[in-house]
Design a protein around this ligand. Sequence first.
Ligand SMILES: [Zn+2]
Length: 502
Amino acid sequence: MLRLLLVFALFSFAFPFTSSPLAQGASTDIFYLVKPLLPHSAALQVSFQYRSNAAGKLVLRFENNSWGDRDLFNCLTGLTVSPAPQSIEMLPDSSLIKIIAQPNQELQVRYAIRQDFNVTLKNVHRYRPIVQKEYFHVLGMRLFLVPENLFQSDSDSARIEINWAAPAAGHIFHSNFGPGLRQKANLTKDMLYSTFFIGGDFRRYSYSWKNQTIYLVTRGNWSSFTDQQVLDILKATIPAQMVFWKDRLDAPFSVSLLPTFEEWTDSSKSFSLGGSGLLNSFISFSSNNPGTELKMLRWLYNHELLHRWIGQTLVNEEEEKQYWFSEGFTDYYAYKLMLRNKQISLEDFLDVINKEVLAPHYQSPVRTLPNSELTQQKFWSDRQYNKLPYRRGLLYALLLDSQLKKKYHGKKSLDNLMKNLMAQAKKSGDFKFNHTVFQDQLDTYLGSAAITEFGRYILQGNWINFEESLPAGLLLETQKDIPAIIISPLANKKKLADLLGK
Ligand SMILES: [Zn+2]
């Protein structure tokens, strides 16, 4: 029986994680009006006004190829500009639309966003606009045409207002800002891109935690778990991670969960889970078939929520060059914190490291790829390349954590190094995570030998030697030519679980 596990990339997007609401009465730099045409038509109608420059030019950006998706201009239809300009030029290759009109002319821009695939929703579609008669789910970066001069730089923010028409009877509306139809915020371009909007036949749940509201929005009939079980994961995960990072929510937090339809028959059993950490929120997608289990969703939610800190506060300087950290360390901490908080057992923890990380990494044809050769194109187009930074980074985090606990006799761990990085990031407004910043930490905690190992294991991509670095109670064993970490027969399991989760 073929059993195919597809766990897709869990991308983190870089942006400061707070948005400041505008003072009442402040003017806006841009005002988008969005009207879902559901349930009569499967489209989202968008309009806004913007002035051409002194030369009569208005250049709009719409990312045509990003996050592994291509040809997103296919989703953009019915573009009209009034008063009628001299020309409108669609330039998908550069993700731009060039409008030539009168100098300094106020222009009304209208268009619609549609779904551009006709098959049942699959995980692979998760970042494309999903717009059907029953519901829609769309990212800000897939919905808004953004005037090029709205943001002068990556750190520049604009006062943005978005108004949504009321949903049809029986439908709901929700976004990363909460249930309100009107959003008004100061956002950078990355923050605007990292918004999400949904509407239609969703179910919404909410609860209050430390004066903020947490929302879960989902739809469909789940076969492997109930809405309440998903909500319970959030209720356990959010406080546990907030306590770990000594952080708090400063805005409502939203989670969306959509069912996708992967084939589950006698001959083909495939399922997938995926998600992305966005502005005060994360989105998630899971196959609605017997392959998906609640424990996979628990891992996904622990992983996605951690991106609030690793990825969003600790922002990568060069995206995929630091995925070993932003994906690998995120995955390590997802499992470590689940073990610490007794969401998984010691056996589950080791089982997942052996089956999902150590064995597939050992067998991967690209396991020794130098870090510098992991390009964006490779990461998004090939599953082996895609999984590489997750696996390599997790194994390296396990090694470092063990070395730190040994050196400091259990009084320090990788947690100290991570929290130190976090403190640095919070202190400096333009902090970027890069290899120099990380090597400084290694030098502080473990000395120059650790920097040499970093070069060997992360930069050069050599196989990590665990022989001398596993905590007491664990052994490295080769089973059918494949390495595995096992519990020593003499180990005290309770103490071992405490040590690994510490
Ligand atoms: Zn991720």
